[in-house]
Design a binder for this molecule. Structure first.
Ligand code: F0G
Length: 428
C-alpha cells in the first residue's frame, strides 16, 4: 500500500506521477494530471461522523480550521502536513439571499456564494492556499502564473506570505487597473506581455517546463483541490442540503472542474445524499466551452477571445477543458452564454441588492436567469450562483455603466452646487 492517501494520475491515460512533481502534464501523453484520493482510506481518516467533526471545526478561531479551506483538510490535501499550510486565512464567504436577485432570476430560492469576499477579493485564494502550501512542501522557491488578473493577485499574496519569489505574466492592458495594482503591491515580478491570456498561458508553461520555477495556474492539480472547498463550504452552510443547481462562470475551466470533483467526492464519501446539477456560463465573445457543449462535446473548440466586460474570463482555449467536460457530463450539467449587456444588468441588480459582484459573476447570474427563462432551471428549484470576484476589483467597468448611463439600471451621481435648497429640490 502506498504511503500517501493521494496520488497524481493522468486524466487521459492513467499514468501515475510522483506527488511532489513540478511538472503538471503527463510524460506519456501530454494531458493534464489530477489528484486522486483513495476514498476508502480517506473515509477511515475522517472517522464515523465526518459531518459532526466539520460542524465542530466551524467554532474554531485558530488556523488551520478557522480557514474555510483547511476546515476540510482531509478532503483537500490529506497528505499535506498541517505545518506546511500557508493560509491568510481564506474562505468562510457569505451565502447571500436577496429578494431582488430571486425576482431577477425567477426562482424561489437563489443564493449568491460570494467568493469576492476572500482576502484578495476572488475565489483564487482557495486554490492558491493549496497550491502555495504544496509548493512549499515540495521545496519550491520561485513560483509563476499567467493570469487575467485574479490568479496573479492571489499568487502574489500567498507567495509573499510564504516568502517565495513570484513571477506573473499578464496580457498588457487586458486586466483591470485594480487587478494590476494587486500583484505589483504584493511584490511579485509582473511582466505585462503584448499578447492575450492564452498567449501568456503558453509562455508560462514553457517557462516552468524544466521545473526550476513552480507553476501555479489551475493546471496545477493541487490548486483544483483547494477550489473544491467552494462547493463543500456551500453545502455545509446549507446544513448539508444539496441545492438543485450550481451556476458558475467559466474561463480557463479550472473552477467548474473543481466544483464537480468536490461534489462527486462528497457524494462518494456519503457526506451528501445526492448530486446537484451544474451550469457553466460564458461571455458570448469568449465561448469555446459553450460551443463544444452545444455539439455534445463532439469536438474541442478554441478561438481568439474578443473584448468583453468579463475580462477575467476572456479566454479562447481553456486549459482544463477535459476536466470541465467530465464534470459537466457527470453532474448532468449544461453550459450557456450571455451578452455583455445581460451580464452588466445582472451585476447591477446584485450590486443594488447590496451584493457587490464583478462582471464575470454577472455572467453567471445572467446565465441563471437565461436558463430559467428557457425552462432548464425550474421555478421552484434551489439555485446557488457562484460570484467569483468582488465588484471593487472592477470599479473601472462599473463606473462607466452608471456615469455614462450604459444600461437601464444606471444610477449616476448628480453633480450640483453646495446648497441645502438645491439638495432638497433634487431629493423632491
Ligand atoms: N471569475 C473570475 C473573477 C476569474 O478571475 C476567473 C478566472 C474565472 C471566473 C473563471 O475561472 O478560469 O477557473 O474557469 N481567472 C483566471 C485568472 C483565468 O487568471 O485570474 P476558471
Amino acid at each position: 500500500m502506498s504511503e500517501t492517501i493521494s496520488e497524481l494520475r493522468c486524466i487521459a491515460c492513467g499514468q501515475r506521477k510522483d506527488v511532489k512533481t513540478r511538472q503538471f502534464r503527463c510524460d506519456a501523453c501530454g494531458d493534464l494530471l489530477a489528484v486522486e484520493h483513495d476514498l476508502e482510506r480517506l473515509a477511515a481518516r475522517l472517522g464515523p461522523n465526518p459531518r459532526a467533526s466539520f460542524d465542530l471545526r466551524r467554532a474554531e478561531m485558530q488556523l488551520p480550521y478557522a480557514s474555510g479551506v483547511w476546515r476540510y483538510h482531509e478532503l483537500i490535501l490529506p497528505d499535506l502536513p498541517k505545518e506546511a499550510i500557508v493560509s491568510l486565512p481564506e474562505g468562510n464567504t457569505p451565502l447571500y439571499r436577496r429578494g431582488a436577485i430571486e425576482r431577477f432570476v425567477g426562482t424561489e430560492q437563489v443564493y449568491v456564494k460570494h467568493e469576492g469576499e476572500n482576502p484578495t477579493l476572488s475565489f483564487k485564494d482557495r486554490g492558491m492556499t493549496a497550491g502555495v502550501s504544496w509548493a512549499v512542501h515540495a521545496g519550491a522557491k520561485r513560483v509563476a502564473c499567467a493570469s487575467t488578473g485574479d490568479t496573479s493577485a492571489a499568487m502574489a499574496a500567498y507567495a509573499a506570505a510564504a516568502e517565495l519569489s513570484g513571477v506573473v505574466l499578464l496580457p498588457h492592458e487586458k486586466v483591470s487597473a485594480e487587478q494590476l495594482a494587486q500583484p505589483i503591491s504584493y511584490g511579485a515580478r509582473v511582466l505585462a506581455l503584448d499578447t492575450d491570456f492564452d498567449g501568456c498561458m503558453k509562455l508560462v508553461q514553457e517557462l516552468t517546463a524544466s521545473g526550476a520555477i513552480y507553476l501555479l495556474n489551475s493546471m496545477n492539480p493541487f490548486r483544483i483541490e483547494g477550489q473544491k472547498a467552494i462547493g463543500i463550504e456551500t453545502v455545509h452552510q446549507l446544513g448539508w442540503q444539496v441545492p438543485d443547481w450550481f451556476v458558475i462562470p467559466v474561463g480557463n475551466a479550472g473552477n467548474i472542474s473543481a466544483l464537480g470533483k468536490g461534489l462527486r467526492e462528497l457524494h462518494a464519501l456519503g457526506l451528501i445524499d445526492r448530486l446537484p446539477r451544474i451550469a457553466g456560463a460564458q461571455a458570448q465573445l469568449a465561448d469555446p466551452f459553450y460551443l463544444s457543449y452545444r455539439e455534445d462535446f463532439a469536438q474541442r473548440h478554441s478561438l481568439t477571445a474578443g473584448p468583453t466586460i468579463a475580462s477575467a474570463i476572456r479566454i479562447g482555449d481553456p486549459v482544463s477543458y477535459e476536466k470541465a467536460r467530465a464534470a459537466v457530463q457527470e453532474l448532468h450539467g449544461v453550459v450557456t452564454e450571455v451578452s455583455d449587456e445581460e451580464a452588466m444588468e445582472a451585476k447591477a441588480v446584485s450590486d443594488a441588492a447590496g451584493v457587490h459582484i464583478c462582471p464575470n459573476s454577472g455572467v453567471a447570474l445572467a446565465g441563471a436567469r437565461r436558463l430559467r427563462e428557457e425552462g432548464v432551471i425550474g421555478a421552484k428549484e434551489r439555485v446557488v450562483v457562484i460570484a467569483t470576484a468582488h465588484g471593487g476589483k472592477f470599479a473601472s467597468t462599473t463606473l462607466p455603466y452608471h456615469t455614462e448611463r450604459q444600461g437601464p439600471l444606471a444610477n449616476p451621481p448628480q453633480v450640483m452646487e453646495a446648497s441645502l435648497q438645491g439638495i432638497e429640490e433634487a431629493l423632491g
